[in-house]
Design a protein around this ligand. Sequence first.
Ligand code: V47
Ligand code: SF4
Length: 359
Amino acid sequence: MTTFASISEKVLAGGRIDEAEALFLFQHEDLLELGELAQTLNERRNGRRVFFNVNRHINHTNICVNRCRFCAFSRTADQPGAYLMTLDEIRGRAEEAFSQGATEIHVVGGLHPDLPFEFYLEMLRTIRGVSPQLHVKAFTAVEIAYLAELAALSIPKTLECLIGAGLGSLPGGGAEIFAPAVRNQLCPEKISGAAWLAIMEQVHQAGLKSNATMLYGHLESAADRVDHMRQLRELQDRTGGFQVFIPLAFQPEHSQLKIPGGGSCGVDDLRTLAISRIYLDNFANIKAYWVMLGEKIAQVSLAFGVNDLDGTVVEERIGHEAGADTPQAMSRDAIVSMIKKAGRTPVERDTLYRELRVY
Ligand code: V47
Ligand code: SF4
């Protein structure tokens, strides 16, 4: 019979839990027991060190051909608030970020109906032109699929062009939840979960690292979350190309998707992060994205298996359009202080998880 003790014994001996056991953990009421197990596993791997980076998000456009029901960010071109940044504006943001010590520019945007493939190549060249030291983490697997179609090229060829223009790695967005029944309700126009995974496999084969996310706290069940993590764990077994897992807490405001009770809660956030650490034994890093979680839950999650707090971010639109009440940016000092007050050691990293400075 599965008990918390049997699961605990198994993972502490280096074993791997299966889906039924992960589901059992989602139903396990004792949050602190879960947190302690996740923390022990994290500390075996990462000690008391917590990563963060100095980065800036650039959401170059919110004009998108898709209408994902959870997304409060996207607009049609003629809707109020629709925007497209010019390359000069993008350069300006990258220059500002670089002068403030950023090592990474994170670029994600809507699927714009009219931009040519060349715009995306030029955007990468523009950012890299600010400094070759800036790593460009850009385009979700969903955008890569769209760009390949736009360029009429295969995925590997599209990636080759983007890498040639300066693409350094991929963020983990667009994964949402893989289970088709829920995905079809959330984002019927978006590529399938299977397609997202197939693109990531090709990204890893092309030699790039990527991140992986899961959008939770909407229509999905605990079994859907486990199914999502299972597929990520299987791909990671094959490629080893994922750097980090980032559960994204659904922000319900201004979204078409109406959830009774509205989104996740603190207990669910901590439980989900802890189970990610326990189940995803082949992911070195579990990230608490403070923008969606709030700074306080993100800080507490450092005792629930989390070892990465994302970055300074600076100008985030996707979560904030959907009602996230966190600030637009956190300074390096604020992140360092938050980690120290949690009794951990802040480590500034670069995008590829190389250590830059210990505080
Ligand atoms: O794919 C959209 C999500 C993602 C909402 O890789 C929402 O380091 C919550 O992927 N509530 C984009 N989430 C952001 C993303 C990301 C963020 C930070 C770091 C990294 C990384 C990746 O945002 C989308 C979608 O899953 N999203 N709307 C919403 N209302
Ligand atoms: Fe477009 Fe992405 Fe928003 Fe979906 S989540 S509508 S693909 S910007």
